[in-house]
Ligand binder design. Structure first.
Ligand SMILES: [Zn+2]
Length: 194
């Protein structure tokens, strides 16, 4: 099944949404789990959204930034048609300042930050340096959490970025299994949940 013909992307995406012929990226799942976005908002964006930007990264097929209104609130979704006929929803969020001046217009410039990454690869949101990033990882089926990591945090979608030095230290801490405590975690088993 081919990619949408020029000018047909909006319809192509809406048809895939209508047929539930789409997949959500892990990035979207993380936003769902953090309560920043919900599936009905995403489906509204896919079904009735207007394409406000076309993104092309390094020779990949285009992804489209869709904007729609759901329950009176704007929602953005970045969706990429695939050559296998499926739609991949890469990212979804509620547009807000400082990066979005309005639902349709990015803020000019954006906050300047000379010593680190300034905008998010996934959503284009502004990055703020924080020291509370929690990173989850799994090793041989067990979940581990690394807390209070210095990171750049996307103020729009919550994606985190660490610099090279922090990355090397994280790598060493994981390799050494340098645990400082443990916590119980809530679990939802999708297969048996009511
Ligand atoms: Zn982001």
């Amino acid at each position: 099944m081919p990619l949408p013909a020029p000018g047909r992307a909006t319809t192509w995406i809406a048809e895939r949404a209508e047929a539930s012929h789409y997949v959500l990226s892990e990035h979207v799942i993380r936003s769902l789990m953090a309560g920043r976005i919900a599936v009905p908002q995403i489906e509204t964006a896919l079904r009735s959204g207007r394409i406000i930007e076309e993104h092309r990264h390094g020779g990949r097929d285009p992804a489209y930034l869709l904007c729609a209104v759901h329950d009176g609130k704007p929602v953005h979704a970045v969706a990429a048609p695939r050559t296998d006929g499926w739609l991949a929803v890469i990212h979804a969020y509620v547009p807000a300042p400082p990066f979005w001046r309005t639902a349709l217009h990015r803020s000019p410039g954006g906050p300047a930050m000379s010593d680190s990454i300034t905008s998010c690869y996934f959503c284009g949101g502004a990055i703020k340096q924080v020291t509370v990033g929690n990173f989850d990882y799994r090793l041989e089926g067990r979940l581990y959490v690394i807390k209070k990591v210095p990171a750049g945090l996307c103020e729009q979608c919550g994606e985190k970025y660490v610099d090279a030095e922090v990355g090397r230290r994280l790598n060493a801490l994981i390799a050494e299994q340098a645990f400082t405590g443990s916590e119980a975690v809530g679990v939802i088993d999708y297969a048996v949940a009511p």
